[in-house]
Design a protein around this ligand. Sequence first.
Ligand SMILES: C[S@@+](CC[C@H](N)C(=O)[O-])C[C@H]1O[C@@H](n2cnc3c(N)ncnc32)[C@H](O)[C@@H]1O
Length: 227
Amino acid sequence: MKDKREFYSRPEITNAYDQQRFGGRSGARVGEREIELALALLPGNGKILDLACGTGRLTRALLNEGRSVVALDYSTPMAVKTASSGASTVIADAFSTPFPSASFQAVVSLRFAFHCPDLRPLLREMQRLAVAGGHLVFDTYSWSPRANWAIAPGQWGSRVYRHSPSSIHSLADQMGLTVEQAEPCFLFSPYLYRLVPFPVEQAFEALENHVPASWMCRVFWKLRSGS
Ligand SMILES: C[S@@+](CC[C@H](N)C(=O)[O-])C[C@H]1O[C@@H](n2cnc3c(N)ncnc32)[C@H](O)[C@@H]1O
């Protein structure tokens, strides 16, 4: 993960982040879908931690909903962008955060888990930070060409990691977490959705309703901590 911390701390990467992934009409739709999925999985009340918040797109959406949110990122340029939303923003390592245990009703980490070869350290810290009965929300890749080789590493960073749905279920069991919801989405890399003209993006979305859920490349997870 050290290389990812360094990669996302480069100002040129931070400055290009939103446009590269969520620019244009199709990219905006990708961003909107991800935020909608995350918001739908989060509980309706209590303080939320946006772990590895990046430029703060989810933090902003939560603030717009009137939610109490704290944001954390390792990268200073990323954290500065999030702090401009007015949210309380902390610069720290997601795997050893400065917060006391049971500080949050929910901990959400978007587009971060797939940078972790082993999810256990991340889920352990998220579990520590959530109250008993609180929630952990994150997303994984079930498959991605970037799990096999780093595509344009100067632009995208090194490779990502696949986590099969069955591996998440068994990890949750081992850690005393309960899988409450799993939402498969995107037939292939969201970047392809972002690149194509909007009508094609819409056709991709429509197609998702006609193929088995197991074909989707991403899964958004909602796990419950403790009793
Ligand atoms: C792909 S971005 C996702 C950002 C945001 N959650 C989103 O969905 O747009 C990954 C983020 O993780 C942050 N990051 C990487 N390693 C980290 C670590 N060990 N602790 C905290 N943040 C980290 C990077 O600085 C970057 O902002």
